[in-house]
Design a protein around this ligand. Sequence first.
Ligand SMILES: CC(C)(COP(=O)(O)OP(=O)(O)OC[C@H]1O[C@@H](n2cnc3c(N)ncnc32)[C@H](O)[C@@H]1OP(=O)(O)O)[C@@H](O)C(=O)NCCC(=O)NCCS
Length: 197
Amino acid sequence: MNKKLVIYGASGHGKVAADIARLNGYEEIIFYDDDLGKSVLGPYQVIHDFKGYEDYDLFIAIGDNATREKISLRMKKEIITLVHPAAVIAEDVTIGKGVVVMAKAVVNSGTVLRDGVIVNTCASIDHDNRINEYVHISVNAHTAGTVTIGKRTFIGMSVSIINNITICEDALIGAGALVVDDIREAGTYIGIPAKKK
Ligand SMILES: CC(C)(COP(=O)(O)OP(=O)(O)OC[C@H]1O[C@@H](n2cnc3c(N)ncnc32)[C@H](O)[C@@H]1OP(=O)(O)O)[C@@H](O)C(=O)NCCC(=O)NCCS
């Protein structure tokens, strides 16, 4: 039987997810979007109603962490996880539902990726990290060992986080920052070393 998938969110992020889905054997891929103005996304059709697609698997491809959480939690259907075949994931890594791990990402031993996490292209997460629900680790960001990141926190591209750091929920770490101290308060942090903006 054909593997069939609806991807919620007709966006650039969704197109990358579609590519990973194809590499995971999905032959029929269709997008869902609330925006009635969107009818196609590249080669894919965009639908605005799930009726008739109940037997398709479901993936949520929404970049905004809080929105991805809200939509994921109201879905009755289980959300699949997508892992690019060129990602490297240690055998004892725990991965939740609705996670995507993109090309050339590395996730090392003992790490936990909770539901709805995005590990973007070329990001690396070292050993024994706890990446909580709906966190986004952007392109080329790197965490050292034993890092904990709170729910919905956004780690910008090329951010580095040294070992044994804890970052709270709902923080935003700007592109290129170096995190060397725990972050205990939600807000935007930038620079080397990262400071509140
Ligand atoms: C931190 C961030 C959220 C700030 O966005 P913003 O509030 O719109 O900020 P602005 O672009 O108005 O810039 C305000 C000031 O902060 C500086 N700034 C912005 N982002 C910065 C960053 N990441 N590091 C250092 N300085 C930064 C700007 O140069 C500007 O400085 P100035 O006032 O001296 O001119 C954003 O720049 C950022 O880094 N986003 C992450 C993007 C990303 O990683 N995407 C990955 C997708 S996979």
